[in-house]
Ligand binder design. Sequence first.
Ligand code: UDX
Ligand code: UDX
Length: 431
Amino acid sequence: MASIAIIGTGYVGLTTGACFSHLGHDVICADVDADKIARLQAGEIPIVEKGLDRLVDEGIRSGKLSFVLGAANASKDAEFHYLCVPTPQGDDGAADLSYLEAAAAEIASVLPNNSVVVNKSTVPVGSTRVVARVLGRSDVAVVSNPEFLREGTAVSDFLHPDRVVIGSGDQEAAIRVAALYARIAAPIMVTDPVSAETIKYASNAFLASKLSFVNAIATLCEAVGADVNDVVLGMGYDPRIGREFLRPGPGWGGSCFPKDTRALAKIAQDAGYDFHFLNEVLRVNDDQFDRTAQKLIDSVDGAAEGSHIVALGLTFKAGTDDLRDSPSIEVLKRVTAAGIRVKAYDPAVLADNNSLSRIYPELDIEIMPDPYSAAEGAASLAILTEWDEFAWLDFDKLAEIMIGRNIVDARNLLDPSVPRRRGFNYRGVGR
Ligand code: UDX
Ligand code: UDX
């Protein structure tokens, strides 16, 4: 078993560290956030990830997982050094590598001989060379090992991946990193660093393209009177299309797709290729935010002055507490900009929670403790995130407490006959 330092304990770093310790490696995780480290040392998990709390608890008890403040304190005794710090989108669309370079600079002088530094964060094509330059250590190999973790299923995605991708110009370093995954049953693909980095971006951009396509098909379905659920079902029988990732919605979001799709378009542009297809994928997504917002605005047409919409779901998808680049928020920004009041409920966003105001200080919506207190006196109701509990709303109760009868289901979560039987007007997406 190996000794691994994890630099950055966010959704990616904490999951990577906990899973590696579960696989038997000795893992020490570092962060710059002292409060986060203190909470982790106490076994507190600051994010919602299924199964992560059990793995962190198991790792702390076995002594295989520990937490320290500062990257150097983790790297000084480790053989492998996983960089999991943020690579946010810069103003020009390119990924901002300042955190990555700062982390590399911090560990350069303490890395034991013959260490391997691994880029786990999503980094632009060519970043392996950037990290190697910052490290300035000829005895240290730098390897790309991109993450393919979906939030909400990150633990399962790590332990049961479709593939492990390793990008390295140093065969021996690639073999050493591949050995970390010895207990995982998945194909391990070794390629050069640039190809590995491109696989990550191309995979996310392809998935985002598939979603923009299905959202555009949903718009077409509305125009021609087709039912998008049947259309995608019929499409999905073809294994070349596949059944996954064909659910239309309010648009796609999260901390990865928007950032990575824009970054790839910028990488292409900087390399002399105008990836206009990808720019169109992004435009279709913005268009979907606009369309969904317009449905909500239309739903309060004619309602009394000062009426409000109840918005169910704020996170970027169900199963996570992450609000970063959430489609729900993109839609609600447009709705509140039109002067409409919004009362929102999301099971992962507590009413007294300041996460929303911290990330979106300009968004003026009221967060309520449950769907029904939010629906009191509402002119219309919108489902923006597909939390399972919203599929079981009590429409008899809603008919009593709401003053309007409009439902906008931006995730096609409901059986339209249920609200319709109780006198509601139902609008889905693509049907
Ligand atoms: C981040 C990137 O957003 C993603 O593109 C990449 O693939 C993996 O890392 P995520 O884990 O979601 O994804 O980031 P976040 O949840 O923001 O966590 C980053 C952690 O790094 C935070 O705990 C932050 O305190 C820490 N950090 C940040 C450092 O330890 N050092 C720094 O210099 C900056
Ligand atoms: C994504 C990739 O799936 C993952 O492989 C990569 O490592 C990180 O980025 P994530 O952003 O966590 O993972 O979420 P994902 O489940 O892919 O959803 C992204 C967005 O697409 C969400 O807003 C979600 O609501 C939306 N989506 C997803 C749809 O609208 N319809 C679908 O059928 C699937």
